[in-house]
Design a binder for this molecule. Structure first.
Ligand SMILES: O=C(O)[C@H](O)COP(=O)(O)O
Length: 205
């Protein structure tokens, strides 16, 4: 069994600007995003962390570096954690009140070269199943890839998982075994109930 703590990167300039981007070297963390990452790092100090993996994309790598500095762990880049390939939506603004995904499902929008949901799920599950047993791992990634892990476990398609909220710097904790368990979704803190499930890994309650 492996415990994976998926963390969505802290607030970035792309989030503030409501821009979608799979670019690697654009859209850094905002000051708020750096503070969010530091707060999440303080939470993570409460459990034993064996490794940190991160998407190569700047906003995620910066988040992982802030957490790694606090925990004394050097983050390892893993391409499978990268942002969804957005095709012709890359670097485009989006309106959260008229979401592009709903437009697609209603046949009002076609997006060339958008990475399919099944591809996201496949690469995220490949990442999880590549981890060593009995480890507690932090994985810094993005909104859609983390939703895809939840979608895999709950057997939800992209639109059926649309309402899942994964705030910046939040923790989605998965106990991965032959029957995976979701211990938290988009949580800003490790709750007492969650910590009780991680009891053998606790450093400081
Ligand atoms: O739908 C969105 O807002 C973007 O896919 C978010 O991507 P991010 O997690 O990299 O900010």
């Amino acid at each position: 069994m492996t415990i994976i703590i998926f963390i969505r990167h802290g607030q970035s300039t792309s989030n503030v600007g409501k821009i979608l981007s799979h670019d690697v070297n654009n859209f850094p963390l905002t000051d708020e995003g750096r503070e969010q990452a530091k707060k999440t790092a303080q939470e993570l100090k409460r459990v034993r962390i064996d490794a940190i993996f991160t998407s190569p994309i700047l906003r995620a790598y910066q988040t992982a570096s802030i957490i790694g500095d606090e925990l004394g762990i050097i983050p390892v880049i893993d391409e499978r954690l990268r942002e969804r390939w957005l095709g012709e939506l890359n670097n485009k603004r989006f309106d959260p009140n008229d979401h592009w995904k709903l437009k697609i499902i209603r046949g009002q929008l076609e997006v060339k070269n958008l990475e399919p949901w099944d591809s996201l799920k496949r690469r995220m599950v490949e990442f999880v199943t590549s981890l060593k047993n009995e480890e507690v791992v932090v994985a810094v990634s993005h909104y859609d890839p983390i939703r895809a892990v939840i979608g895999h476990i709950l057997d939800l398609d992209d639109i059926s998982a649309h309402g899942i909220s994964i705030p910046n710097a939040s923790m989605t904790v998965i106990e991965f075994s032959s029957s995976p368990k979701i211990l938290s979704i988009g949580s800003p803190v490790l709750s007492p109930s969650l910590l009780s499930k991680l009891d053998r890994y606790i450093i400081r309650a």
